[in-house]
Design a protein around this ligand. Structure first.
Ligand code: HEM
Length: 297
């Protein structure tokens, strides 16, 4: 597939090493009966429930197929998307597009709120944790999803004008960590373990922290800035939240339910887009994307 992208690249050849990765996913609507795939729909690929405060826009949500292109250079990522869309013309049509950015170095990176993000994330280099919380296991159904994962996407607009107008103390109470050091309340260092007893009970970290060991997710979010919302002259900016997990019904959903009902951060954010996708296992040399799905037809 990537070879095809290069051959048909919409633009001139790029710099030597843009580190392009492309991830493909299948949404619940793909299994809705139009393509004879209904019997192969994973039960974990359930439509997400509605959460309190959701302001989801249909034009930024859902989709039969997802294509995520990541590269060092946004030009390269968009070129890949554009080329794939051109290859698929007549069969597939783009429904929505979201661009985002994140600092290259995980270390010390901050989101648009000015807080360290990713401190207590799942360690993606730990194969044991990935097998337990992210990859679909050998005993999980359906078989075609084994070694794949499920991706949840939320476009979360942050009311930055409001956020910027409150004190750092209020911001820290909303998150449950110190802004400068990243340390959790009652601790000194960023990586010190969170002490739930010291956190404001409605802080983001108190509520997002796993209620059980099963609930852990791998977060990989991007900041976005889509200019101004001209109706209110406010920034249309925030966090394009993405997480990966073995079963969103037992991982993302309970966390987001707690956040949407009680999180102090909710005062500053509004979810404007949402999607869920099954990410099939990686393509094998000489194979094709979604091979395990189509071979089980
Ligand atoms: C604009 C929206 C959001 C912002 C600005 C935000 C920001 C943060 C920050 C600053 C932290 C602390 C540092 C860290 O451990 O990474 C954090 C932790 C976390 N967030 Fe969010 N977050 C947002 C939305 C969400 C959503 C929608 C979820 C999942 C439903 C989520 C799940 C988590 C989890 C699981 C943690 C780690 C908690 C722990 O175990 O300590 N976040 N977030």
């Amino acid at each position: 597939m990537i070879r095809g992208v290069r051959d048909q690249a919409a633009r001139a050849p790029h710099q030597s090493s843009p580190r392009l990765t492309v991830t493909f996913g299948f949404g619940p609507s793909l299994f809705g009966g139009r393509f004879g795939l209904a019997a192969l729909r994973p039960s974990a690929l359930a439509e997400l429930p509605r959460f309190r405060g959701d302001r989801l826009e249909p034009g930024r949500s859902g989709g039969d197929v997802c294509v995520q292109a990541c590269a060092d250079d946004p030009d390269v990522a968009f070129d890949a998307i554009r080329t794939l869309a051109a290859l698929g013309r007549g069969v597939v049509a783009p429904r929505w597009l979201q661009q985002g950015f994140r600092p290259e170095a995980e270390e010390g990176s901050r989101n648009l709120l000015g807080f360290r993000d990713g401190t207590n994330n799942l360690d993606a280099s730990d194969e044991g944790l990935m097998a337990k919380h992210v990859w679909v296991g050998e005993d999980d159904e359906p078989e075609w999803m084994r070694n794949g994962t499920y991706m949840v996407v939320r476009r979360i607009r942050v009311r930055l004008e409001h956020w910027d107008s409150v004190s750092v103390t209020q911001q820290e109470r909303a998150i449950g960590r110190r802004k400068r050091s990243g340390a959790p309340f009652g601790r000194r260092g960023e990586t010190d373990p969170v002490d739930p007893a010291r956190l404001p009970p409605d802080s983001h970290v108190a509520l997002a922290g796993p209620a059980s060991d099963e609930e852990r997710i791998l977060r990989r979010s991007y900041s976005f800035v889509d200019g101004l919302d001209s109706r209110f002259a406010e920034w249309d900016a925030g966090l394009f939240f993405i997480c990966f997990q073995r079963d969103p019904r037992r991982q993302f959903v309970p966390i987001q339910r707690r956040l949407s009902e009680n999180d102090r951060l909710s005062e500053y954010v509004v979810h404007t887009g949402s999607a869920i996708f099954a990410i099939p296992p990686g393509v094998q040399e000489g194979g094709y994307i979604g091979q395990t799905l189509f071979e089980s037809l």
